[in-house]
Design a protein. Structure first.
Length: 250
């Protein structure tokens, strides 16, 4: 059986004070979260602080992005090996905000996925359609295209050593959660597509749902056959809400 993973994506939020309080609140309740795997992804600069605060915890941490390059004259970039130096386990790649606001396309996302793996990080590959694409009935085409770019570069085996996050863009930060069935349908499509290439990979890979997950809707989402946890934005900034989501997976 696949374990439930709940990962918090803090996005561009927090201060030294607020993240210290947030981590203190989360670690105070972590013993009640059962077998749920938990991770938090702070802004880059706070990763060393979070690493210290989580030293005695089961909670892992990761980055929200990673450079496609390993080293050199690439101003402003942060390499995977640097993130490993500070104990990161995960790196989110291809979040829809990076794709839409920073024009990161499928091929670039695939190179970031590869760079994360070169450094020993587990990529959390985000895929998902916009509202317009859903209304056009091309959700599956979009998600397949986003996955294919990575599979073409890195091979299907690499997907088995990563995490996939299905995040419908229309559900992110909008309070509009996909219904459990809507999410399950896309998760099943993703797993089915992967199974067509390698059944063992499809059986093993954790596919998270992201988009307005809260304590109140996590249980029914995580109960679906192909939903293996969540990638949490807004609700991950509140220790009580985040713990409630973690408990839903326990
Ligand atoms: P919200 O949970 O705020 O909708 O954000 C989801 C998300 O983008 C996580 O990566």
């Amino acid at each position: 059986m696949r374990q439930i993973l709940v990962a918090g994506n803090w996005k561009l939020n927090g201060s030294l004070d607020s993240i210290t309080q947030l981590i203190t609140g989360i670690t105070a309740g972590e013993d009640d979260t059962g077998k749920t795997q938990i991770a938090v992804c702070p802004p880059f600069v706070y990763i060393p602080v979070v690493a210290d605060l989580l030293a005695d915890s089961k909670i892992a941490w990761g980055s929200q992005d990673v450079s496609d390059r390993d080293a050199g004259a690439f101003t402003g970039e942060v390499a995977g090996a640097m993130l490993r130096d500070f104990g990161c386990t995960y790196a989110i790649v291809g979040h829809s905000e990076r794709r839409s606001l920073y024009a990161e396309d499928d091929a670039f996302t695939a190179r970031k996925f590869a760079a994360a793996r070169r450094a020993g990080l587990t990529p959390i590959l985000c895929v998902g359609e916009t509202l317009e694409e859903r209304e056009q009935g091309i959700t599956e085409d979009v998600v397949a295209r986003q996955l294919d770019a990575v599979i073409k570069l890195e091979g299907i085996g690499a997907i088995g050593e990563s995490v996939i996050a299905y995040e419908p863009v229309w559900a992110i930060g909008t309070g509009k959660t996909a219904s459990p069935q809507q999410a399950q349908d896309v998760h099943a499509f993703i797993r089915g597509k992967l199974a067509g290439l390698d059944k063992a990979v499809a059986d093993k890979v954790q596919i998270l749902y992201g988009g307005s997950v809260k304590g109140a809707n996590a249980t029914e989402l995580f109960a679906m056959a192909d939903i293996d946890g969540g990638l949490i934005g807004g609700a991950s900034l509140d220790a009580g809400e985040f713990l409630a989501i973690c408990k839903a997976g326990g």
